[in-house]
Design a protein around this ligand. Structure first.
Ligand code: FHN
Length: 498
């Protein structure tokens, strides 16, 4: 029986691969077929992607903003004359002889200085909107356990800082006012809670403490959803600890409870593990969550990898700094063009790109980040058609950049232009639609000719698009290719018999 299931599974997988190869306009790799070989209580409870309107909206975002902000913004990766050699938001875990004396104690008292008098949620929200972000993921609590909202379950919150005011509320209200959806980042790791354990509790006392931590976690999550009813989802992090991975029943029950409390709530694949400790994908290979949440600072090499699943990629501007780090001189900082490239990469494979910002301890988004956001936004605004609501084209990735597609329009975003200024696009003969017109920018029509390469057994037709003299190649640009329905192009002429 098991062997038969496996064979069927193989056949289904082959069919889905063929579907990609055939490349019809709507063909995408299919999700793992619904064959559960391992009985699971706490695995995935769903097959395929969600189809409701909240998730459809998520799918159309294309671009998001991530904000990592907390007490760690005060040291900004440095203390006294010492530099922490890790991600700035992890600075509390600084130890060894490079760390300042009594560092943890110093850090745990930093909240007493947290007074971001420059914080202006409306300004941030406008900046995000101008960048083209349709959603924001905001750190309500990172691994240090500091709460940016006045949680009634701990004293380690914004309420007990000189600033006092609820930051999460200001973010939610301001972003919502700009029409930007809000997702609440929440770390399961909490270095401030006495009951928190990273390893599986070994002693009865540890177990009691950890049970208390679980209650606390549940309370805080319910509190967040209750206090901020417009938040569309929870973005979980710090769920890799052995102690949490063991909590399959608790986490599954909690997820169900949260979803019941907020119908439509979006939760990614990072929240819980199944009873065998499998995270993101259960022991039957099915995704546990509404979208794949493992694309951190990386992008899938091809559409086949994501197998038709929803996914987002969260990306830092410096190499691996999420919270504010005052030193940006020592590393490569991604440019607006780098991020545009990643955005098109994501959208061309049906994913969203979320760009991270790390405001400083006073509440300012650093100038460099602001400038990058502005440049990215200008480009996105001019080329919005190629991005929002556009999806995977069903075509192989072009060597010049990326295709995205909406109805009868294929968008080619060019990042690499050929030296002869002729973009030659191999379109499989089997592709259901054919290019009939090429337009640069809003209206400049470009010459489009079909070229017979005379290659024996060639599965492609070649469409040559000539770029105008003087085309600015320092910036990516979009060519809109209008498509019509195929009349069923035959084989190439003079096919050799081999
Ligand atoms: O440890 C965190 C890190 O600080 C940051 O918050 C990122 C964002 O996705 N998540 C964790 C690492 O995976």
């Amino acid at each position: 029986m098991k062997q038969r299931s496996l064979n069927l599974f193989k056949k289904l997988s082959l069919l889905s691969l063929l579907a990609i190869g055939l490349g019809g306009s709507s063909a995408i790799a299919q999700q793992t077929p619904a064959i559960d070989t391992i009985p699971l209580k706490y695995g995935s409870h769903r097959t395929g992607n969600r189809t409701d309107s909240v998730m459809q909206r998520w799918r159309s975002y294309a671009l998001g903003q991530f904000i990592h902000w907390g007490v760690y913004a005060i040291p900004g990766g440095h203390w006294e004359d010492k530099s922490y050699n890790g991600a700035a938001e992890w600075i509390r875990s600084w130890s060894g002889n490079t760390a300042p004396n009594d560092w943890k104690n110093t850090y745990d008292n930093l909240y007493k200085q947290f007074n971001p008098t420059d914080f202006n949620a409306a300004k941030w929200a406008k900046q995000a909107k101008n960048m083209g972000a349709k959603y924001v993921i905001f750190t309500t609590k990172h691994h240090d356990g500091f709460c940016m909202w006045p949680s009634k379950y701990t004293d380690y919150t914004i309420k007990n800082t000189p600033y006092k005011k609820d930051i999460v509320k200001q973010v939610v209200d301001a972003y919502n006012a700009e029409g930007v959806d809000v997702y609440l980042y929440f770390s399961i790791i909490d270095w401030n809670h006495k009951g928190y354990r990273s390893g599986v509790p070994k002693t009865p006392a540890d177990s009691v403490a950890y049970e208390d931590f679980k209650k606390f976690t549940r309370n805080q999550l319910i509190e967040l959803l209750t206090k901020y009813p417009t938040a569309k989802g929870l973005w979980f992090d710090g769920t890799w600890d052995a102690a949490w991975v063991k909590q399959s029943k608790f986490a599954d029950d909690l997820e169900k409870e949260l979803r019941k409390l907020r119908p439509g709530l979006i939760i990614g694949s990072r929240f819980r593990a199944d009873e065998y400790g499998k995270r993101h994908f259960d022991s039957n290979g099915k995704m546990m969550g509404d979208y794949e949440q493992g694309w951190e600072r990386k992008l899938p090499a091809s559409i086949d990898v994501v197998k038709g699943r929803d996914w987002d990629c969260v990306m830092t501007i410096p190499p691996n700094q999420w919270g504010y780090n005052s030193d940006w001189k020592s590393s490569y900082i991604k440019t607006a063009n780098d991020l545009t490239n990643m955005l098109l990469h994501a959208v061309s494979m049906n994913g969203n790109l979320v760009v991270n910002f790390g405001p400083d301890g006073k509440g300012n988004i650093r100038t460099e980040e602001g400038q990058t956001a502005e440049k990215l936004g200008e480009w996105v605004k001019q080329n919005s058609e190629a991005i929002y609501g556009a999806r995977y084209s069903g075509l192989p990735k072009p060597e010049y950049g990326y295709y995205t597609k909406k109805d009868n329009k294929l968008y080619l975003t060019v990042f690499n232009s050929p030296v002869n200024h002729i973009l030659r696009l191999p379109i499989p003969r089997s592709y259901a639609q054919k290019p009939i017109k090429a337009i640069l920018g809003n209206q400049q029509s470009l010459p489009l000719v079909v070229t017979d390469m005379g290659m024996s057994g060639d599965a492609n037709l070649y469409y040559d698009i000539t770029l105008p003299e003087g085309q600015n190649l320092n910036q990516p640009f979009v060519i809109t290719i209008e498509l019509n329905q195929s009349k069923g192009e035959g084989k190439s002429f003079g096919e050799a018999k081999t």
